[in-house]
Design a protein around this ligand. Structure first.
Ligand SMILES: N[C@@H](CCC(=O)N[C@@H](CS)C(=O)NCC(=O)O)C(=O)O
Length: 254
């Protein structure tokens, strides 16, 4: 991905997307794929994970990613508002299922995957623990220190994370099994929606794809891989592999 600096993006028209550079950060990956899937052009702006990102902060009020800035509108940072911006400015192909009940179901699934307290939030707490365990070097501790302060890491929260992850993964696997029983390969209804896209991206925080498809820095492969106590039913990985093959570009680009 060719990123531009904030200074070269902030006065441009159209959509500017600040994305985490150099790592497959799933929130950023999902935001990128939403607009790629819709073939809606955007200018990728580089954000550095766990850094100050002073220019991004001065422009948008945020230091982390993704941040979507469309024309002169207020920056959007939450996954829900980014999906809904995409649906408004690029309605087709839609990533929403038809019908309010199906939409409620889809947004509920993404909440469990991507919102505060959800699967990725819990995995990040575990990841911070692992980063701390990996080194006593104060320079190496700088990254987990920043992430711990930003995302509410403490020993008790990290200890609870494994059970919460397993509960969400079991729910997602049950959902895919019941969909398969009614003849669908997708999380909701019978077509590709944002729930499938979000699971594909966020599965990289549980079982990252192999090096040729997900060329992430080697030092992160350990922290991105869920602990052995994690129960991730193979149906979840089969589903994510087929979503990338059918609907999303590979290898991952970050
Ligand atoms: N605001 C996002 C979540 C953003 C988020 O958690 N970003 C993380 C993961 S990519 C990040 O930028 N971490 C590195 C940092 O804080 O610098 C949402 O609610 O959808």
């Amino acid at each position: 991905m060719e990123y531009v600096k904030v200074a070269d993006a902030k006065d441009k028209p159209g959509l500017r997307l600040a994305l985490t550079m150099g790592v497959p950060g799933p929130w950023s990956q999902a935001a990128k794929y939403i607009f790629e899937y819709k073939r809606f052009p955007f200018l990728p702006v580089g954000q550095l994970g766990a850094r100050e990102n002073a220019e991004l902060h001065a422009w948008t009020g945020h230091r982390n990613a993704p941040v979507a800035v469309y024309e002169d509108q207020a920056p959007r940072v939450g996954w829900y508002e980014i999906i809904m911006l995409a649906e408004r400015i690029a309605p087709s192909p839609s990533l929403l299922p038809p019908g309010s009940a199906a939409r409620a179901e889809m947004f509920g699934l993404i909440t469990e995957i991507a919102s505060e307290g959800g699967l990725a939030w819990q995995r990040r707490l575990q990841m911070i623990d692992q980063m701390y365990a990996a080194s006593d070097d104060p320079k190496v501790r700088q990254t987990p220190d920043v992430l711990a302060a930003r995302y509410g890491h403490n020993v008790a929260a990290a200890q609870r994370a494994g059970d919460l992850c397993n509960d969400i993964l079991a729910m997602l696997a049950d959902k895919l099994r019941s969909q398969a029983a009614s003849g669908s390969d997708y999380f909701v209804g019978d077509g590709f929606t944002a729930a499938d896209l979000y699971w594909a991206c966020f599965s990289q925080l549980v079982t990252p794809m192999a090096e040729d498809l997900n060329p992430m820095p080697m030092r992160l492969r350990g922290p991105y891989t869920a602990p052995e106590t994690t129960v991730c039913n193979p149906i979840l990985i089969t589903h994510r592999d087929s979503m990338y093959t059918r609907h999303l570009s590979l290898p991952l680009d970050f």
